[in-house]
Design a protein around this ligand. Sequence first.
Ligand SMILES: [Zn+2]
Length: 298
Amino acid sequence: MNNIEVLAAYLVIGLSASVALSVIAVKAKVIRRGAVPQSVLVGTLVTLSGLPSVLLFILFLLYATIVTRLGKEPKIKLGVAYDLEGRGARQVAAVGFTPSVMAMVSAATYAVGLAAVAKIFLISYVASLAATSADTWASEIGVLSRSNPFLVTMPKAKVTPGTSGAVTLLGELSSLAGSAAIALTYLALAAAFNHSPNWVKFNWTTVNPTIQVVLLVFALGYLGEVLDSLLGALTQPKYYCDRCGMVTEQEVHTCGGRARLIYEPRIKLSNEDVNLLTSLIVAITTVLVTLAFSHLLG
Ligand SMILES: [Zn+2]
């Protein structure tokens, strides 16, 4: 089989497997019913990029599901347990769009013989997953922190846990761990598939995950989470609950009291918009950095 035929085979396999897995994901409450079309599209595009890309994506989802399910009781109490019902269509699109497009571009450029370009977009695929992973771990574990979170934009104010842009030390450490988990899984998969036939590892044939590449993915993943917090703090309205003396993003605070508007962003973005924007910026930055420093990355 030539590479174009392998790509076509992966398209057929990807489409059928994504339909099957999306149905299972709905049953397992990983995604909601309405998110199936987005999930099928993301799954199909990722599959084009070969078995290691699929495994990396599945492990990314598995880690995210585990951290989401940590501390279920306190999350329900804080009113941030929304994700326990599964990710909605907009969330799946926000999480899956950037990495799946990077995977698709990498696979397509590899199939037509542009191995050097394929390599850059594959690293970008991994980095955008690392950024999303860092953000998911930071918010899902950080919200369980016993110390008070603070806003980068209002460091002195007391903030309700779960507020967009709220940071805690635990959250930042979790973010580093979430990015490292993807960088190390990438390293492990590249090693595991090193000797497999080309049609199995497909565009991963181009990667040689040197320590520099792994560190780059790790660093950009973490910086993505920092950017996500900053954008979250800047682009979402903030309210103040006089009863608790706390900043919140809900008009009605978790205590039941009415909160007053203290910050109105000039540009309002939803959490999903911020996630999508962040992963796009991380993906583009990865492409530029990889191009500029290709001689250092090996
Ligand atoms: Zn309150």
